[in-house]
Design a protein around this ligand. Structure first.
Ligand code: ADP
Ligand code: MG
Length: 188
């Protein structure tokens, strides 16, 4: 027999699957970097992999920027770019997915600031501040790096980095870092 009271009871919305944020997509920014192998090809391959992430769509892609290494100087120049995306992946799930793309790209970690085939950093996740054991957002070294601030200012000039301000404002403090803007990462 049909329990009419039960059939009228409102059905609760299903919980989002683990790893997915509920609600509207969040605008996140990812920093891409490479200085071994064929850096531009690796940036393009990583961009293609990011574009395939579930519940994620790419909003804009910066130019490629070339800069001299910092920290450990005896290594090739770095090629960097920043990608803005809208995602329903939660911050930790998004970082895990980025680290998996790094692994597929052959990333190894020998020492701090070591040369790398591909590096993917979660720079911003909307206006959220995230402080988890293996994830800090905004990225803790974002404000020190012209190779992050200039591409970020290019594609998200109006964004505010929580607690820090605008990318263009922060870029003034790192204006002494040698950096060159190259062509588009993505065919437009
Ligand atoms: P870096 O990018 O500074 O050269 P790594 O790529 O070797 O350093 O990252 C080391 C660790 O930093 C990662 O395993 C990750 O858990 C942690 N981490 C913390 N916050 C972030 C973030 N916002 N983006 C990327 N990695 C992060
Ligand atoms: Mg990294």
């Amino acid at each position: 027999m049909i329990d009419s009271a039960a059939s009228l009871r409102p059905v609760p919305a299903p919980a989002p699957p683990t790893g997915f944020a509920s609600g509207a997509p969040v605008r996140a920014c990812i920093g891409l970097g490479a200085n071994l192998g064929d850096p531009v090809a690796q940036l393009r391959a990583a961009l293609a992999a990011i574009a395939r992430l579930p519940s994620t769509c790419i909003v804009s892609v910066s130019s490629i920027y070339r800069s001299a290494p910092v920290g450990y100087l005896d290594q090739p120049d770095f090629y960097n770019a920043v990608v803005a995306l809208d995602t329903r992946l939660a911050p930790q799930a998004l970082l895990d997915a980025l680290l998996a793309i790094e692994q597929e790209g052959g990333r190894t970690r020998e020492f701090r600031n070591a040369p790398r085939l591909i590096d993917l950093d979660l720079l911003l996740y909307g206006d959220q501040v995230v402080d988890l054991p293996h994830l800090t957002v905004p990225h803790p070294r974002l404000a020190d790096r012209a190779f992050v601030l200039l591409p970020l200012a290019e594609i998200a000039p109006g964004c505010t980095i929580p607690g820090l301000g605008s990318p263009a404002g922060l870029a003034l403090a790192v204006a002494g870092q040698a950096i060159e803007r190259l062509g588009a990462l993505e065919a437009r």
